[in-house]
Ligand binder design. Structure first.
Ligand code: OAD
Length: 232
């Protein structure tokens, strides 16, 4: 029995129809990250940023979890050790596949954050500059509860504690281009954990892993989960 930390990125949701960021035709080939995913971009043109996330939210609501999300939920349910799922994704496909504890280090598309009082609450529809915070009443301060470049990711202390105790670190569908998540493999390795990457192609950080398995997450993840559960 062992503790496992799993990090997921956009690749785990790619086969659900949600675009990745850096692949050919990825979101960052069509949008300037500085315009739509930074506090400065939001200050310059809040309507553009809200429209970007409104489109992401609509896509997300139309998407359904794939076999990789379901396999990870099955692992959480059946594995005798502790399974920690940390995701960089702001979609809710892990939860909709039945995963109970999901650490969203880059926030959640289906939540709003009040820039005036920090209140957070569920948000499924379109967001506009006319929306008011239900707690403090501020208008024009409601933004998606997502972490932008230049902001500090959520749950970093909790994630560090889980990495320090894990025996196996698994990275799925992330390019390893964005820190601090890209540094988790080195942190886990330094604590003596085995490390495995499941990705469509070699990521930037592939050399840091003990083992790399290439292929679509909908195939590699269920196969890995089944083998692990059978071995217990
Ligand atoms: P990227 O777009 O950088 O990387 C996606 C990775 O998924 C690539 O390595 C692909 O090879 C892989 N991939 C694509 N399809 C796959 C499939 N079917 N199965 C398995 N792997 C597949 O996305 P992230 O690494 O998640 O942050 O990006 C990290 C962060 O950068 C995001 O959370 C976001 C972005 O800017 C913020 O916006 C703060």
């Amino acid at each position: 029995m062992q503790n496992i930390v799993i990090l997921t990125g956009a690749g785990v949701s790619a086969e659900s129809g949600l675009g990745t960021f850096r692949d050919m035709d990825g979101l960052w080939t069509r949008y300037d990250l500085a315009d739509v995913a930074t506090p400065e971009g939001y200050q310059r043109d809040p309507d553009l940023v809200l429209a970007f996330y409104n489109a992401r939210r609509r896509n997300c609501r139309e998407a359904i979890p794939n076999a990789a999300h379901y396999a990870l939920a099955r692992l959480e349910e059946t594995f005798p050790g502790r399974v920690t799922l940390v995701t960089q994704n702001i979609d809710d496909l892990h939860e909709r596949a039945g995963h109970r504890e999901v650490i969203h280090m880059h926030g959640e598309l289906m939540k709003a954050l009040c820039g005036a009082c920090d209140h957070r609450w569920g948000w499924l529809g379109t967001m506009s500059r006319d929306d008011a915070c239900p707690v403090c009443g501020a208008v024009g301060q409601v933004r998606p509860d997502v972490v932008w470049f230049g902001e500090v990711p959520y749950w970093m202390d909790e994630i560090a504690a889980r990495l320090a105790r894990c025996k196996l670190f698994l990275s799925i569908g992330t390019s390893g281009a964005v820190y601090p998540a890209a540094g988790f493999v080195a942190e886990a390795s330094a604590q003596g954990a085995r490390t495995l990457e499941l990705n469509l192609e070699q990521s930037d950080g592939a050399a840091l892993f003990d083992q790399v398995r290439l292929g679509p997450a909908s195939q590699t993840v269920p196969a890995w989960v089944s083998a692990l559960i059978d071995a217990e």
